[in-house]
Design a protein around this ligand. Structure first.
Ligand code: FUL
Length: 475
């Protein structure tokens, strides 16, 4: 192992990053003045009276999201147009100036309380770019304003799991220039909500680099630290300089963490990816897009690629003008959730026994891969980078999904692996994978066998596995 790969094995997630990773799949909710003007980006000049949902019911949102298997919700409390979904003390451009609930309403309160009631996590999106606020561009004044709003959201709505900062700014070359005081924003969040991750323009969770639902085949959580700045700069690209040569690295690059990608990089961080995409063409609700809701098959593909590819999935589902999740979206999400629940309800390895070519000690025995405890795991001694595990499923079973999880508290180590099944006296390879990380869901053709072999063909120092499961998709 070269020195940079060794350095990479020493990088581990923070407690808040681990909790966030376990959230796996959660909803993004774009709702606001744009819902009522049929736009994607508002101008900031909209009349607040336009905001008037007729049947807003946050419990309906939560129940639809839970039926999909989502474990959290991130609400656009303020989008680029500056309209606030809560009665902020710092501006009148908010629900307080609308007629909704007689000007006494608070969408953030209703949604955060519905999340609590439903047992899912709540987080918020607060757009730094603000096209309404007059101080925007007067850097110090706007930073004070923004910190004030941030404090309101961080202190009035219970526990927050994610604060999502968007890097978008459409001011253009002749527009206003605002210098954000990111460090002050981060300090306030750490002080008031130490358990919250700060996502995208923040140090904890990395934007996957596209909004289309494209997932990398090899998603690394250990990446060069300069990527943390990429989203906060107009260029979205940063220079890595190892003293001998310099190259640019961008959040959208396909390879961010392989041995090649981290060669020469001493400053590495745990910066896991979140895939954010919308169930519809736009982020906000548009009646004209009711026929454009993504299909269950498409969403399943994205789910396997993201949640099953060492990332989290933040799926946007925008409420309509009634303030409800439209029937078309609700139906697709319900079926998506059913497939995921039914598929992973039965682990076909529950009577399995396994033998590993190498095991460190009795505490790290191979039986740990069959329990549901992410803190118990199997590993071989240091220096064993290519061990083999043979599984006897106890009887012939048919499966088409194989789940592997690393013990990521010990870092991300697996680089390549294969899965093979026994057919007569032969081993037939049925899957070839790269990284595992928090979770890898391998999608393969239906396979009928009693014996399976997982060969880790390359890893960093030694691999770990906290879970190995076999499932049959119930589509
Ligand atoms: C982008 C924004 O400009 C879009 O309106 C949307 O909020 C998306 C999630 O992020 O940068």
């Amino acid at each position: 192992m070269d020195e940079f790969t060794l350095l990479a094995t020493q990088v581990v997630p923070s407690e808040r990053q681990l909790k966030w990773q376990q959230t796996e799949f959660y909803a993004f909710v774009h709702f606001g003045i744009n819902t009522f003007t049929d736009r994607e980006w508002g101008t900031g000049k909209e009349n607040p009276k336009l905001f008037n949902p007729t049947e807003l019911d946050a419990d309906q949102w939560v129940s639809v999201f839970k039926s999909a298997g989502m474990r959290g919700l991130i609400l656009t409390c303020k989008h680029h147009d500056g309209f606030c979904l809560w009665p902020s003390r710092y501006t009148s451009h908010s629900v307080a100036s609308s007629d909704w609930r007689g000007g006494k309403g608070d969408v953030v309160r209703e949604v955060s309380e519905a999340c609590r009631r439903g047992g899912i996590k709540f987080g918020f999106y607060l757009s730094p770019w603000d096209r309404h606020e007059p101080t925007y561009g007067d850097s110090d004044a706007y930073n004070r304003f923004f910190l004030g709003q941030l404090r309101e959201l961080l202190t009035s709505y219970g526990e927050i799991f994610s604060v999502w900062f968007d890097g978008a700014c459409g001011e253009g070359p002749n527009g206003k220039r605002q210098v954000y005081d990111w460090e002050a924003y981060y300090r306030l969040i750490r002080e008031l909500q130490p358990g919250a991750v700060i996502s995208v323009c923040g140090p904890d969770v990395r934007w996957c680099g596209n909004e289309a639902g494209h997932c990398r085949a090899s998603e690394w959580s250990v990446v060069p630290a300069v990527l943390r700045e990429a989203e906060r700069t107009a260029e979205k690209s940063q220079k890595v300089d190892d003293g001998t040569f310099a190259r640019r690295i961008n959040t959208a690059d396909e390879d961010l963490g392989s041995r090649d990608a981290i060669q020469g990089v001493r400053d590495l961080v745990w910066y896991p990816a979140e895939v954010n995409t919308s169930i519809r063409p736009g982020w906000f609700y548009h009646a004209a897009e009711d026929d454009g809701v993504r299909t269950v098959d498409e969403l399943l593909r994205i789910y396997y690629g993201s949640v099953g590819g060492n990332a989290c999935l933040l799926l946007n589902v925008p409420p309509d003008r009634r303030g409800l999740i439209h029937e078309a979206d609700a139906a697709v999400l319900h079926e998506l959730g059913r497939v995921i629940r039914d598929t992973f309800a039965t682990d076909l390895a529950r009577h399995a026994k396994a033998v590993a070519s190498h095991t460190l000690d009795s505490e790290h025995g191979i039986e740990n891969i069959f329990d549901d405890n992410p803190d118990t795991y199997w590993c071989p001694p240091l220096g064993i980078e290519q061990p083999v595990i043979e599984v006897d499923l106890g009887q012939e079973v048919t499966f088409d999904r194989v789940v592997l999880c690393e013990h990521i508290r010990s870092g991300q180590r697996i680089e390549n692996f294969t899965v093979a099944y026994r057919s007569g006296d032969d081993w037939v390879e049925c899957y070839r994978g790269t990284v595992v990380g928090y979770k890898r869901i391998c999608c393969l053709d239906r396979t009928n066998t009693r014996y399976v072999r997982v060969h880790i063909t390359s890893s960093r120092g030694y691999p770990t596995l906290s879970r190995l499961g076999f499932y049959l998709e119930k589509r």
